[in-house]
Design a protein. Sequence first.
Length: 318
Amino acid sequence: MSFSGPVVALAGGVGGAKLAVGLAHALPEGALTVVVNTADDLVLHGLHISPDIDTVMYNLAGMSNPETGWGIDGDRTSALDLLGRYGGPTWFRLGDQDLATHIRRTQRLAEGARLTEVTRELAASLGIKANILPMTDSSIATRVKTPEGELEFQDYFVARGTRPSVCGVRFQGADEARATPEVIRAFDEASAIVFCPSNPIVSIGPILAVPDIHERLRSASAPRVGVSPIIGGAALRGPAAEMLKSLGHEVSALGVARILKDVLDGFVVDTEDEALVSSIKETGLRSIALPSIMSDLDSKKKLAQGVLAFASSVQKMT
Ligand code: FO1
């Protein structure tokens, strides 16, 4: 299987970063572009933190914490501990090395660089060959509606441990946000578009909420394939299953396929959900089942190869 242009992956969170690693290994060097959710970004200690970009970056650099999937392997929290003694907030666990990323990002943004440029610089410094693109340079913030009121995303996700039930989600600033020239070029040149197994509501949702990205994805000529983040009615990590349920969606790969249907040609489910393939096909999508639990580099690579072969077959049939 060979692709003439870049393969563009849409990602947010740890599941997205894991498949990005598999894709980077399955493709020739430099052939992968990852468009990453930035609506989880926050400012803390005066620093601009982009958790999903950093998770993708650290995973692609082979330096992520294998236990959490985010943060840096072996990182300590001496700086955060002292910040705590000064009375600063410590609920968002920032490691000493991780802080360097946020300091550098904040400094470059203050100098007038775009988040896209800063991300390129940081990734290049870590030796990453894939192209990591923030979904936008505009400011977008996920706001989670709960019975306790509307919460900022990381307040809901980390500070409150995803405990509040979710009555709705909105992406503040999305209507006015613009795709960057880099993201537009990536979609225009893409030979395949892969939706990583990321939360469809709060990781893929914000990317689709950028109007000109949604439009490009709807009309893309490249094959568009997604991978289900829900396996056997549950998410491997994170609040995707509870969110789907409370927002009235079916908690299954089929439920996710229905949400993303208008921007997909094909959908990959886990082998455990093979029985759902025929119902997914009835929605008009192509579908196959593959082992999709990414526990090590080999399983990440194998899933990536399977997804790329599927995208290639979708291409041939259209
Ligand atoms: N997730 C947590 O559950 N607790 C944390 O304290 C935490 C800190 C953190 C610091 C830097 C970073 O890049 C990610 C961090 N994450 C943490 C993960 C992050 O909240 C989530 O991965 C995403 O925002 C959801 O996609």
